[in-house]
Design a protein around this ligand. Structure first.
Ligand code: NAD
Length: 552
């Protein structure tokens, strides 16, 4: 039985033992599609997160996808082009059920203006990373990443955690909404600025944000008190980051850590320029895109100048993957890239071992299934401090949104071992239903993004998109259930290519084979990608785990 969804009553949360499709594999993908809308930001318009990240091109496409998933056989493959189903072809039972290519535009044409035009004509849609691939699980999807970044900063600069430290950030949207909880979990007093009061309220409603301050003075006083008492606290403030950041700097206050997760990648539908109301912006989105792009870029320049000022005064400042430095540089801030990207600054040693944001969703809709997988993780990896620390914290702090789900940064071998074990629990009936395994596209072998994932790679291979394309081909050959290639990034075009994958543990022997091949080969390629770029950790991993790397 689907469960009611108080946030979006027309989009119930899927679950229950009854199948509407011909098998669990098809049913699983159908439930994941329903799930990304049930936890999405604007499901009426099929928008899941990041301004325009959509689950399907339009409603007729959505209806056709749902109907096909319900009617298709296991030996068929549904082909989806930028959110629109275009073919249902006879393949075989070990082939992917769904393959997708979303928003891939040929190089010289890959520009924001071309994307907006193609979208207006209804010819394309952007899938974000996990939106179009039906893998989004609410703000939890990025929360461990944000938490791990905060902890790496804490270890390097502030002892063991961020207690007694002031973190300043902005953006409380679909992904940015993870920041207040991640900050609190790391012990910080975190202030999160968002221009849209609705977004702040939503994050408070789902338990990710504690307080909303009525004005800047109150917000700073709340943060100051928490810092002095070394008390973890998250405070939201409705305002424009391009005004609030410079104002905090003008007052001579220097936060300990500064970042931003507004949708700066999108100058039209994402970022809100200072001095403009949300209504003004909405109207310019229709009839003044050029004016809006210029205003957004000018505001982002001021926003980033304030971040650079904080950095000069000693704050730890980083770009959290929203392309804000790129937009600022184009807006005239020549030194915007003095701010480091989080991947290169904090997480690369993990990616070099293909440790990254793995995740799974309980298709039964039962929270007890995730509780069991939490226990299993603690049983299987008792010596892995990242995992055990995370699972204990996640259990305590993270409320479920939509289908109960868990994220955990696991690496090569660990993902496969966990998933195969879970498949046995499904088979034995210890779990109430199948589990779908997936991961963020921001994963070792899965993404080329020279301004986020692959910035400043050791060998200079930042912009080479062969790796995610190889990953997708490999995953199709490895029997994954859903395989997708996405492109986009800033202005939805020209900045990145990524690959996504989902595999369903339905308790069958066939699922065991699929999980084994797909998850092992996915992380193998991740390690190989970093070995190819010359990272020592990858060579260690290859030697320790016998990964099939070909030396040249
Ligand atoms: P979203 O569109 O759901 O939310 C963006 C939020 O920014 C909105 O709440 C909006 O009101 C707010 N905002 C816009 N302009 C503002 C301004 N000037 N001042 C204050 N608030 C403003 O987007 P999201 O899904 O939360 O993603 C945010 C950004 O993070 C995107 O650029 C996305 O691509 C990026 N991202 C990075 C990672 C990563 O791995 N680090 C992961 C996911 C998303």
């Amino acid at each position: 039985m689907p469960k009611p969804n108080p946030r979006h009553p027309n989009f119930p949360i899927p679950g229950g033992p009854e199948l509407r499709a011909k098998g669990w594999r098809q049913e699983a993908l159908l439930r994941l599609l329903e799930n990304v809308l049930s936890v999405g930001e604007d499901p009426d318009n099929l928008v899941v997160y990041a301004a325009l990240g959509k689950a399907a091109r339009n409603w007729p496409s959505h209806r056709a996808i749902v109907k096909t998933l319900m009617e298709m056989d296991e030996d068929q493959t549904l082909v989806i082009q930028s959110g629109k189903p275009v073919g249902l072809l006879k393949t075989h039972a070990k082939a992917p059920l769904v393959i997708m290519a979303n928003c891939n535009i040929v190089g010289q044409w890959a520009k924001a203006e071309v994307f907006y035009e193609l979208q207006r004509e209804g010819l394309i849609c952007w899938g974000g990373l996990t939106a179009g691939a039906w893998q989004y699980i609410g703000s939890q999807g990025v929360i461990q990443g944000t938490y791990e970044i905060f902890m790496r900063i804490a270890e390097r600069r502030f002892g063991s955690d961020l207690s007694g430290r002031f973190v300043l950030t902005a953006g409380l949207g679909g992904m940015g909404g993870a920041q207040p909880l991640a900050g609190r979990m790391a012990g910080a007093a975190i202030l999160c600025v968002d221009i849209d009061p609705e977004r702040a309220r939503k994050r408070q409603q789902v338990g990710y944000l504690q307080e909303i301050a009525p004005d800047l003075n109150t917000a700073l006083a709340m943060v100051d008190a928490a810092v002095k008492e070394k008390r973890a606290l998250s405070v939201g403030l409705v305002g424009n980051a391009a005004e609030i950041y410079p104002e905090i700097s003008r007052r001579g206050i220097v936060p300990d850590v500064v970042t931003d997760q507004t949708s700066a990648h999108d100058l039209v539908y994402g970022y809100v320029p200072k001095g403009m109301s949300l209504d003004q912006v909405r109207s310019l989105r229709e009839h003044g895109q050029g004016q809006l792009m210029a205003a957004s870029r000018a505001s982002i320049a001021e926003h980033v100048k304030a971040m650079l000022e904080f950095q000069k005064k000693g704050a730890e400042v980083f770009d959290n993957g929203n392309l804000i430095r790129t937009q600022a540089r184009e807006g005239g801030v020549a030194n915007a890239f003095d701010i480091p990207i989080f991947t290169e600054a904090y997480l690369r040693p993990l990616f070099a071992r293909a440790i990254g944001p793995f995740r799974w969703m309980a298709l039964s809709g039962e929270e007890s299934d995730i509780a069991r997988t939490d226990d299993l993780l603690l049983e299987m990896f008792p010596d892995n401090r990242i995992i055990t620390n995370w699972i204990r914290l996640a259990r305590q702090h993270i409320p479920f949104e939509g289908l109960p789900a868990r994220i955990a940064w696991l690496g090569h071998g660990e993902r496969t071992a966990l998933a195969r074990h879970v498949n046995q629990l499904v088979a034995s009936g210890e779990l109430k239903g199948p589990i779908a395994f997936s991961r963020d596209h921001l994963d070792a072998g899965a993404m080329a993004h020279p301004n986020i994932m692959t910035e400043r790679m050791k060998d200079g291979s930042d912009a080479i998109a062969d790796w995610p394309l190889l990953d997708a081909m490999l995953l199709c050959s490895s029997m994954a259930d859903l395989v997708v290639i996405h492109s986009g990034g800033g202005g939805y075009a020209g900045y990145m290519t990524s690959c996504g994958v989902t595999v369903v543990a339905d308790g069958t022997k066939a699922a065991d084979e699929r999980l084994d091949h797909a998850l092992t080969n996915d992380t193998s390629l991740g390690v190989i990608r970093y070995a190819d770029a010359g990272y020592d950790e990858s060579f260690e991993e290859i030697a320790a785990k016998g990964i099939g790397h070909v030396k040249v």
